[in-house]
Design a protein around this ligand. Structure first.
Ligand code: ARG
Length: 459
């Protein structure tokens, strides 16, 4: 059992069960790099403000750099009785350089220290997540470009609705990921604020220079209220919330890929190298990757709920409850990064079954809306045209036909507005190309969008 930093006030040693229960070292050791980076900046500031001597600061900084190497190299022994990463590092520092190591914690508390560590950590991870989103966006663009001529059924209510370009469908996800990227970049403004100097909750008695620490660590701002600074986890909640939305998008794409690769749909095939088989049914090829991403969306939502609930009703300022903030964040970082990485690779392996898609676009009377618009062009009010085409569709369904089986004679029984040119008008290609509005599915518009996107793609 290690002597605790607070042992002065205590007459008894901590119960082992309490040590185990309150320790966070098993998971917060992940923050060591940021803890050391923050401590070095803090120490430099203490020396600059003459709160400690510069010789002392040199020793502390050297000690901290050596500890970082020990942890990097797996040679550091984490001790549960030292509770968390902050105390593990501090104790090791004192063991290595002697009592001068005890000066590092001047004008600081673990409360502002941990807030700093998570902010530094999230800042890095957000950067990585943003570049993974960009990778996925690129993979989507490439797939969309390579299949620009493919028409597929578009759905509403999962019922065939209108023909669309496959590229248009895929680029809908591109737009979702643009918003995700924006959300992560925007939250950086609020993550990138330096809390150190708030100390336990009230600020500190020492003449510190908070702006100098912020500058050393590359923060754009410093917090303006010490109580909020140690009691705030909004930035983590925002991170979890943006991650939940991103995973929701991935889960929707996953669902589509899963449906499209069933033999009933048969629109796509995900490469063998990204699928798995069944241990009992030899014929099976399962889309495990999208299924798992869809499944993992649940744990990311759970992580958001978990931290929101932890923070609910907490009085100011720091409360030990807040130690529960880290695991949901770490788990989310891992899940989001793994999902994005595998997705960018998998998208490229998807093959379209063009014959099957071609067949599918002729089913479901998908150009019925065009047929109504045709009648409108010939002078019918839209409501009447809708009614006529409804009857045409119902007739063809009853006689087990599809729109391509139409003959003019039959059609004219429903309206004498139908002329020979109706057949050309309701061709799927024509239907698609007539959707020539900004944001529409015509080839011209989708190509225009692709050009626009390519201009914005950053490396
Ligand atoms: N391990 C703690 C956490 O993660 C660090 C801050 C502890 N502060 C305290 N006064 N117990 O929240």
């Amino acid at each position: 059992m290690k002597k605790k930093p607070w042992s002065g006030r205590f007459e008894k040693e901590t119960n082992r069960l309490v040590e185990e229960f309150t320790a966070s070292i098993s998971f917060d050791k992940r923050l060591y790099k940021y803890d050391i980076e923050g401590s070095i900046a803090h120490c430099m500031m203490l020396a600059k403000c003459k709160i400690i001597k510069s010789g002392e600061a040199d020793k502390i900084i050297k000690g901290l750099s050596d500890i970082k190497k020990e942890i990097d190299g797996g040679r550091f022994k984490f001790d549960i009785s030292l509770e968390d990463i902050h105390m593990n590092i501090e104790k090791r520092l004192i063991d290595k350089i002697g009592v001068v190591g005890g000066k590092l914690h001047t004008a600081r508390s673990r409360n502002d220290q941990v807030a700093l560590d998570i902010r530094l950590y999230l800042r890095d991870e957000i950067g990585e997540i943003v570049s993974l989103i960009r990778g996925l966006k690129k993979a989507i663009v490439k797939k969309a470009k390579g299949n620009i001529d493919v028409i597929m059924p578009g759905y509403t209510h999962l019922q065939m609705a209108q023909p669309v370009l496959f590229s248009h469908h895929l680029l809908a996800y591109y737009d979702m990921f643009v918003r995700d990227e924006d959300r992560f970049l925007d939250m950086l403004k609020r993550v990138n604020v330096m809390p150190l100097g708030s100390a336990a909750m009230a600020g500190t008695n020492y003449p510190i220079d908070r702006k100098y620490v912020a500058k050393l660590l590359g923060f754009t701002d410093i917090t303006t209220n010490s109580m909020d600074a140690v009691g705030d986890r909004d930035f983590s909640i925002e991170f979890l919330s943006a991650s939940a939305i991103l995973m929701m998008h991935l889960s929707r794409l996953s669902e589509e890929l899963i449906i499209w690769s069933t033999s009933e749909f048969g629109f796509i095939e995900i490469d063998d190298s990204f699928c798995t088989g069944s241990s009992i049914m030899p014929q099976k090829k399962n889309p495990d990757v999208p299924e798992l991403v869809r499944g993992k969306t649940g744990r990311v939502y759970g992580n958001l709920m978990s931290l929101l609930t932890t923070m609910k009703s907490l009085p100011l300022a720091y409360n030990k409850d807040m130690q529960e903030d880290k695991e949901p964040v770490f788990d989310t970082v891992d899940t989001v990064k793994a999902s994005l990485s595998i997705y960018s690779k998998m998208i490229g392996t998807i093959k379209l079954n063009r014959d099957r898609l071609r067949e599918a676009v002729f089913q479901g009377f998908m150009t019925a809306t065009d047929m109504a618009d045709y009648l409108v062009m010939k002078g019918l009010p839209f409501r009447d045209a809708h009614e006529v085409v409804g009857r045409v569709v119902s007739f063809y369904i009853k006689s087990h036909k599809v729109l391509s089986d139409l003959n003019l004679h039959e059609l004219q029984r429903f309206s004498n507005g139908f002329k020979k040119d109706i057949f050309n008008f309701i061709k799927v290609e024509k239907s698609v190309d007539r959707k020539d509005v900004i944001g529409g599915t015509s080839k011209k518009q989708v190509l225009k969008r692709l050009t626009e996107i390519e201009k914005t793609i950053k490396d």
